[in-house]
Design a protein around this ligand. Sequence first.
Ligand code: AP5
Length: 274
Amino acid sequence: MAPITDSQIDDLKDLVHKLEARVHDLEHRLESGETKPSLVESMRLILIGPPGAGKGTQAPRIKDRYCICHLATGDMLRAQVAKKTPLGREAKKIMDQGGLVSDDIMINMIKNELDTNRECENGFILDGFPRTVAQAEGLDSMLQAESKPLKHAIELQIDDGLLVSRITGRLIHPASGRSYHKVFNPPKETMKDDVTGEPLIQRTDDNAETLKKRLSTYHEQTAPVVGYYKTRGIWAGIDASQDPEHVWKSILGVFGDSKTTSSSSGILSKIGLR
Ligand code: AP5
């Protein structure tokens, strides 16, 4: 028999992930007594917050719970950097200086995903986009064209002073985007991903000097996006200095989704998958 390849393993992981997401969706509907996925259907949201606020920590949980796609523009740009594309080369310079890639490029990147990514059919969570008022306007016009307006703009609020330790201690598994923290969320084995055992890295922009620039870019260019969504009545602010579990509960509160899924009573545990 031919040896199993890495790509076959990745396909299998992808399949298991989709199955899990589907089961979460079914569990959710079962618990809430919904016959139609009304909460899921309306799940179109963005997470706004400074570097290290916890966007990348919370977004995958939202994605899994509601079976929607998670589009992280920072990850999309880092994929271009890894592939050494012309955009990746240009983006790396900007990212390492703590600046922003051009609005047109970012708007088109998101438009392309929303148009073509089948995982986004149930809804989406945007992490790191929009980062300027021009990007927010671009998003609004593409959603208006589909008559599928944004439902929630969640701001993760936290003082800058708390972000230095979060960012300088962060460790990343590049292939999956999983993130850890040396102190707050350490991997089981030093510098190794819990799932694959592959090495963890530190992002090149995760140092105290670049963080200062990223924070000033955030306050100058992204903070006005909060005002933009406040006037549209879909903004909600959350205290992101709490521990991740409390942040998660606050997010569920914004969705009016107070029921938590018990892992021991879920379908997956009943069929022996967790
Ligand atoms: P991007 O990758 O989006 O970076 P960012 O916005 O700076 O956000 P981070 O990923 O640093 O933080 P996070 O909020 O996800 O924190 P995390 O959950 O990992 O963008 C990178 C660059 O790409 C930008 O600077 C820009 O150049 C460019 N770019 C991207 N999008 C763009 C756009 N739309 N337009 C133009 N340019 C764009 O948490 C951080 C750490 O803290 C982790 O180690 C985590 O374990 C820990 N942690 C999380 N929550 C908690 C908690 N509650 N308590 C304790 N520790 C916690």
